[in-house]
Write a protein that binds this ligand. Structure first.
Ligand code: PEP
Ligand code: MN
Length: 356
């Protein structure tokens, strides 16, 4: 019996090699077809042709495999052949480390994000008045920080809540930032506003609620200004990177990722900071990664350990919301810190981390 088994195994080994030769031969033909299709700009995937091929194969099927199994096996071969024809960027994303091993450093004017030094992005949740923004800017510049944030278009859960000052808010940010030599980060929610916004802001923020607003991503991708893209409330890291790919694939390589917490069952924080996202994003992508310690936690009392955790995990910086008088803030009053608390937080953080 063992002799017979040995013999059959030899036969199998031989058939495997024949199959290997024949599927590679098939692949070579597929590649030639692909080249012709490319020359004539014809779609590579032709579902009707694929269905006809499968039907023809099944008609010749004499078993022992049943027709469905044969279909399944051949579909796998078809799929593998088609992926041979795909351009590299469809298989490996532009935002992937596999495409670019070196870190992308996004230059916000003269401020590098993603380089040696960690950055701080701070400012009010919403721009409420010039005086409010000026107080924040003054403190930031005194402390040596360069990136100010503030929302002029606020994607609020309730339509009755403060919606932001719109273009007037962007103008305030620009004026005050110029006064103190700061750079402006501000959220834009409508694709049609991006062009206008580039007059006033240095970084366009795309918020969590708009992470998969593909039309917004496309327009941001056509702009030539850095984009800070926040992770969606329930977005996987894969979806997050695909969203970034929308921007980069349109030619705007200046994208900063921002982990801002995701929805979970936990109620003692506003969102759950997915700290593991930081090293995974750094590993998978060459883009800079920031952590928003305000929206991820929704509370003020744990900002220092959370900021430390973010930087220890490899984040390139943090974002924090601050307001001269948080209790009267028009949005996110419960999570913003006042300017004294900001100073205390940053003084403590700077004892262990270099932050600009
Ligand atoms: C914000 O940063 O102003 C904001 C609205 O955050 P998120 O999009 O992360 O909720
Ligand atoms: Mn906010």
């Amino acid at each position: 019996m063992s002799h017979q088994l040995e013999e059959l195994r030899k036969q199998l080994d031989e058939i495997n090699l024949q199959l290997l030769r024949i599927i590679n031969e098939r692949a070579s033909v597929v590649k030639k077809i692909g080249e012709i299709k490319k020359r004539y700009s014809v779609q590579k995937f032709d579902p009707i042709r694929e269905r006809d091929m499968l039907e023809r194969i099944v008609q010749h099927n004499e078993g022992p495999f049943d027709d469905n199994t044969v279909r399944h096996l051949f579909k796998q071969i078809f799929k593998a052949s088609l992926s041979l024809l795909e351009d590299d960027h469809k298989k490996v994303l532009l935002v992937s480390r596999k495409r670019q091993s070196k870190d992308t450093v996004v230059m916000v004017g003269d401020v590098p994000v993603g380089g040696e030094q960690n950055v701080l992005v701070a400012g009010p949740c919403s721009v409420e008045s010039e005086e409010q923004v000026r107080q924040v800017a003054q403190t930031m510049s005194k402390l040596g920080f360069r990136l100010i944030r503030g929302g002029a278009y606020k994607p609020r859960t309730s339509p009755y809540d403060f919606q932001g000052l719109g273009e007037e808010g962007l103008k305030i940010l620009r004026r005050v930032a110029d006064e103190f030599g700061l750079k402006v980060v501000s959220e834009i929610v409508h694709p049609a506003d991006i062009k206008m916004a580039t007059q006033y802001v240095d970084v366009i923020q795309i918020g969590a609620r708009n992470m998969q607003n593909f039309e917004l991503l496309k327009v941001a991708g056509s702009a030539r200004i850095p984009v800070l893209l926040k992770r969606g409330l329930s977005a996987t890291l894969e979806e997050f990177l695909f969203a970034a790919e929308y921007i980069v694939s349109r030619g705007n390589t200046q994208v900063i990722l921002c982990e801002r917490g995701i929805r979970t069952f936990e109620k003692w924080t506003r969102n759950t900071l997915d700290i593991s996202a930081v090293p995974i994003l750094k590993q998978e992508s060459h883009l800079p990664v920031l952590v928003d310690i305000s929206h991820s936690t929704g509370r003020r009392d744990i900002l220092l350990p959370i900021a430390k955790a973010a930087l220890a995990a490899g984040a390139n910086g943090i974002m924090v919301e601050t307001h001269p008088e948080p209790s009267v803030a028009l949005s996110d009053a419960q999570q913003q810190i006042d300017l004294k608390q900001l100073e205390a937080l940053l003084t403590q953080l700077r004892q262990t981390h270099d932050l600009v």
